[in-house]
Write a protein that binds this ligand. Structure first.
Ligand SMILES: O=C(O)[C@H](O)CO
Length: 324
């Protein structure tokens, strides 16, 4: 019997998933990291005729890619919760199944969101810069930040990661949790979070946490107008997708101190060029999309992605199917 062929679109795919795949299918591994310039060309070369794909989050999975892959393609799995890099309509039209890896990264991403929240609120970037340049000017007014205890935390999109953030922040003595989204979340009742309009959330929150998916509707949801509604002492945290924020407007708001600080795990583009204006700001703390980057989480994500395509190739339901 001819072995099925699975393309792995990134050479850094974790060993846990790879071992599972290798037992059952022939693996074609793109010999590049997804941000390397040769990556997409190589993917296009290798994808022809494959039965399934483990996709990466850097490149768009488009109709063009589907057409190059051809009619053998039965399934793709992304190693992410987010699906904004996949043209779901095109994939659906070709009858190809999609899987993703939700929930297993909730804890790691929630940890990073709180990490950048504290780093921004307590001015880690300025403090560390002063320390490293020998400018440790300890004094009662030096590098003062914002508290979490007693604050109002507003979550835009109270999904499973947002809920993990609320559970953690309960230990920080937050006074009030607000959230906004398309519908009431039943889990909000036990978490003690109140659903409000985006407008109210922006005006009343000390921390605005972005956790909604990136869609045409959420592109630049946080623009100049939204930033102007926030408190001058507020901290913006983004652990979802860079495109949800109008970065030019954010730059202006941070530079003019119209908001206090931002803590970002996601930006546009990724990787962010090292001379990007946001990096120059002392009150903008950025980490390079580290949300799910722990050994355990990435291994688990890789095994789910592998199971997704293996099950689909066997004609069974995926472990984490994207239903459409
Ligand atoms: O969408 C996700 O799962 C993460 O952002 C990928 O790292």
């Amino acid at each position: 019997m001819v072995m099925k062929r699975v393309l792995i679109a990134n050479k850094s795919y974790p060993a846990a998933g790879l071992e599972l795949l290798k037992k059952k299918v022939e693996c074609l591994i793109v010999p590049h990291l997804d941000h390397e310039p040769e990556s997409l060309q190589e993917i296009k070369k290798q994808i022809k005729g494959v039965d399934a794909v483990i996709w990466n989050v850097k490149h768009k999975f488009t109709k063009e890619i589907l057409d190059i892959a051809g009619p053998n393609l039965k399934a793709i799995s992304t190693m992410s919760t987010g699906l904004d890099h996949i043209d779901q309509d095109a994939v659906k039209a070709h009858g190809v199944l999609i899987g993703n890896t939700p929930n297993v990264l909730n804890n790691s991403v929630a940890d990073i969101a709180i990490g950048v929240m504290i780093a921004a609120a307590r001015r880690f970037k300025e403090g560390v810069a002063d320390l490293e340049s020998g400018e440790w000017k300890y004094g009662v007014n030096w590098t003062l930040g914002q508290d979490i205890a007693g604050s109002t935390v507003g979550i835009v999109g109270l999904g499973s990661i947002g809920q993990a953030i609320v559970r953690r922040l309960k230990g920080f003595d937050v006074a009030r949790f607000l959230y906004t989204g398309r519908s009431d979340k039943p889990e909000a009742i036990s978490l003690g979070a109140e659903r409000v309009s985006l407008d109210k959330l922006l005006k009343e929150s000390d921390y605005v946490m972005l956790g909604c998916p990136f869609t045409p509707e959420t592109k630049h949801l946080i623009n100049k107008e939204a930033l102007n509604k926030m408190k001058r002492s507020a901290v913006l945290v983004n652990y979802a997708r860079g495109e949800i924020v109008d970065q030019e407007a954010l730059y202006e708001a941070l530079k003019e101190k119209r908001i206090f600080a931002a803590g970002l795990d996601v930006v546009t583009p990724e990787p962010l060029p090292k001379d990007h204006p946001l990096i120059s700001l002392p009150n903008c703390f950025i980490v390079p999309h580290l949300g799910s980057a722990t050994y355990a989480t990435r291994n688990t994500m890789s095994t789910i992605a592998a199971n997704n395509v293996l099950l689909a190739l066997d004609g069974k339901p995926m472990q984490c199917p994207v239903n459409y």
